[in-house]
Design a protein around this ligand. Structure first.
Ligand SMILES: *Cc1c(COP(=O)(O)O)cnc(C)c1O
Length: 301
């Protein structure tokens, strides 16, 4: 069912050739139609753990359009495991958007809570564990030790050497896994989808927490297009033009911002000439339907 190892392809763009860059893309968006990209990577060992330890199921968290919620619902359904999604926003229902409809159709029980309650439940898993005994509680975004282990495999599947690897960043879990797997070789660049410089200290704390000693990375916080979930008309046009040009579809929340950053960095000679670069397509395409429905901006699927 899952396409593992995911394909890796070279991107041909006259700009890259002119600048002497060799750019490849690791197509984790092609792993699975519903359990996509880094969410598949993050769930792999968590699902195995639930099965092997005979846990009752998975409880997790997410916003209305969460890729992690959709992927967890599908992964649990595929493994006949119960799943519960705590959703931020008590005004929502399973019919509010395509992501929630999908999760609900996969059998995930959705619990809609106020923003306050969401924050409390997220910060104190103890309370949730008491109401859901025997369940594995996955944090928002799905990042934990087993998720990081899964994300290491994005890198270990690539059997060529690269000077740079570039990924989109939300919680930083994917970046942490990549950094660990690279073990000091090459340079990892993370493009944050979130606004704010808190991400730098959060990521450092994450590395410390998981004992990842490597520093060959740069986390960039200037490519968020106004903040998490914010999408400009220019970005929508960029997504459609890119699809046309290189036949790869990027999602507006994470991967398109990453690819936009890459093209700008290459244009402005950030990379030394003759660099070999691999981009990680972390998926996220499930969110496009909901984005179109909400914002009435057309991304050409
Ligand atoms: C969740 C997600 C991310 C962020 O991953 P983190 O490990 O939380 O940094 C990036 N890209 C896509 C498409 C995602 O769905």
């Amino acid at each position: 069912m899952a396409r593992i190892p995911s394909p890796i392809e070279q991107i041909h763009d006259p700009l890259f050739e002119e600048k002497g860059m060799e750019v490849w893309i690791k197509r984790d968006d092609l792993i699975h139609p519903h359990i996509m990209g880094n969410k598949w990577r993050k769930l792999k060992y968590n699902i195995l753990h639930v099965r092997e330890s005979h846990l009752a199921g998975i409880v997790t968290f997410g916003g209305a359009y969460s890729n992690h919620i959709a992927a967890t619902a599908a992964a649990c359904a595929a493994n006949q495991l119960p799943s519960i999604g705590i959703i931020r926003g008590d005004e929502l229902s399973p019919d509010s958007n395509p992501t929630l409809r999908f999760a609900s159709d996969q059998g995930m029980k959705l619990q809609f809570v106020s923003r306050n309650e969401y924050r409390q439940l997220k910060e104190n898993h103890h309370q949730l564990q008491q109401t859901h005994p025997g369940y594995l509680i996955l944090p928002e975004g799905g990042t934990n030790e087993l998720a990081i282990r899964g994300c290491q495999e994005i890198w270990t599947e690539i059997n060529q050497s690269f000077d740079y690897a570039i990924t989109s960043v939300g919680t930083g879990g994917t970046m942490a896994g990549l950094l660990k797997a690279m073990s000091g070789e090459g340079k990892l660049i993370g493009i944050s989808a979130l606004k704010g410089n808190f991400i730098h200290s959060e990521f450092r704390n994450m590395l410390q927490h998981y004992n990842i000693p490597f520093e060959n990375y740069e986390l960039m916080d200037q490519w968020h297009f106004g903040g998490y979930g914010k999408v400009t008309d220019g970005l929508v046009t960029f997504i459609n033009d890119t699809k046309e040009k290189i036949k790869v579809l990027f999602d507006p929340i994470y991967t398109a911002k990453m690819y936009f950053a890459v093209t700008k960095l290459i244009e402005t000679n950030y990379f030394p000439s003759n660099s070999k670069i691999v981009l990680i397509h972390t998926g996220g395409l499930q969110g496009i339907a909901g984005f179109i429905e909400k914002q009435k901006k057309n991304i050409l699927l």
